[in-house]
Design a binder for this molecule. Structure first.
Ligand code: NAD
Length: 417
């Protein structure tokens, strides 16, 4: 874990973009400050009869381009500064993929692994009640994040609908399919990563059909990135999870479908047929064309950046590369596809889910897939062009593009009164 305060980090990124694009001071100040911050205390009757109070937050960073959008995180280490940073990053992510949303985020400091399903339901419903005055399908739309999923989204949607007296699926995305979820939402982040890798490979003149890909983390984002990259013709030569990594350099790389089956059965990637076991450190430094960090933050640091051999790093995870490592990779000519672009497939399909909820018109998987492809390819090229124009790396390019779009919207609407 980084000891840098995440909000300080988010502000530094914004300040750097502001410097590069000569942003005027007033606009810069507007963007540095979240529009609304709500902290609530959530009393929950636990299964043993005691009442425990949890602290939750909902931060609304900016809504110039549309309703606030962002997930809800349940984790013991949730802090207000973390939620503020995540809300700001959502503003940029939505602007990059050009969906009409601003940025928001929610979080509750709790340990969901030690709570029963009934306790989690009471926690989620009370939290939904406490923030119900400031959320809504045209105001602020939540989604899953760390340790929350379709089950929690269904409870929150149901509570909000009960309070407002009408069914309101558009108040939250990432819902189960039978109550308004979208086809293709589960695999959206990994598929978005694969589209970015494909576009990046074109820029580097790397033929995806002969490309060797290494993936760190084999959860939701990593598994689907592996699956779709394999479908696009790449060879996945190494993957890892929290229990260790595997490497197989034979023809066509790992059999991803069989590996998913192995992981589902045994709970780990280790022990997969014909593959050699490797450490996380070895995995990151393997000879390959494309590296996809899809686990946690701060994996590529000043200590290992010099040893990264991949030509492209596509950040499925949030914050896997430290700023020092970023500089080193840029100097070495590596193409880093930044997290706010590479993993934006999830929020893009969340937007599709919201559109389907508001229109009550549900789309086929093929339509979601094609629409996501269009959004991700356009976003990749917009960021690439901005980076070239400002002669910066793609991370800074993505920030400049996003800040520009948000500032344009603020200026068009004007400052009232
Ligand atoms: P997940 O919990 O499904 O998967 C995480 C994976 O990382 C697991 O396979 C875990 O075993 C592995 N892991 C943990 N520690 C590791 C280590 N030291 N070395 C190697 N692997 C390790 O989570 P996810 O939803 O796939 O999210 C992964 C990353 O992608 C996170 O940074 C998340 O914020 C980001 N992300 C995910 C989504 C999404 O829609 N799932 C969207 C945007 C960003």
């Amino acid at each position: 874990m980084s000891d840098i305060n995440p909000f300080e980090n988010a502000l530094k990124q914004l300040d750097e973009a502001a410097r590069i694009m000569h942003l005027d001071e007033g606009m810069h100040e507007v963007l540095r400050t979240p529009k609304r911050v709500l902290t609530v205390s959530i009393p929950v009757r636990m299964d043993d009869g005691r009442v425990k109070v949890f602290i939750g937050h909902r931060v609304q960073h900016n809504d110039a381009r549309g309703p606030y959008k962002g997930g809800i995180r349940y984790h013991p280490q949730v802090t207000l500064d973390e939620v503020k940073a995540l809300a700001m990053w959502m503003t940029w992510k939505c602007a990059i993929v050009d969906v009409p949303f601003g940025g928001g985020k929610g979080g509750i400091a709790c340990d969901p692994k030690s709570m029963s399903e009934h306790e989690l339901e009471r926690l989620s419903r009370r939290y939904a009640y406490m923030i119900s005055d400031i959320i809504g399908p045209y105001v602020d739309i939540s989604a899953p994040d760390v340790y929350t999923g379709p089950r929690e989204m269904a409870w929150i949607m149901d509570t909000y609908s009960a309070l407002k007296g009408s069914i309101s699926p558009g108040v939250i995305t990432g819902k189960p399919l039978n109550i308004g979820g979208s086809k293709g939402r589960t695999e959206a982040t990994g598929l978005g990563v694969a589209f970015c890798v494909r576009e990046g490979a074109k820029k580097l003149n790397v033929d995806l059909k002969s490309a060797r890909v290494v993936i760190q983390g084999f959860g939701n984002a990593g598994t689907y990135a592996a699956k779709f990259l394999k479908q696009m013709g790449a060879s996945i030569i190494a993957v890892s999870d929290s229990k260790g990594g595997i490497f197989y350099d034979g023809k066509d790389g790992l059999d991803v479908e069989a590996l998913i089956e192995h992981k589902t059965r045994t709970g780990m990637v280790r022990g997969f047929r014909n593959a050699r076991e490797i450490t996380n450190k070895e995995l990151l430094e393997l000879e390959c064309d494309i590296l996809v960090p899809a686990a946690y933050e701060n994996q590529i640091t000043k200590d290992n950046a010099e040893n990264i051999k991949a030509k492209m790093v596509a950040e499925a995870a949030n914050g896997p590369t430290t700023p020092e490592a970023d500089e080193i990779l840029f100097k070495k000519g590596k193409l880093v596809v930044p997290d706010i672009l590479a993993n934006a497939g999830g929020v893009t399909v969340s937007y599709f889910e919201w559109v389907q909820n508001l229109t009550r018109d549900y789309w086929s998987y093929e339509k979601v897939h094609d629409m996501l492809e269009g959004k991700m390819v356009t976003a990749f090229n917009d960021v690439y062009r901005t980076a070239e124009e400002y002669k910066v790396d793609m991370r800074k390019g993505s920030m400049v593009l996003a800040v520009n779009r948000v500032v344009d919207a603020i200026k068009a609407r004007g400052i009232w009164p």
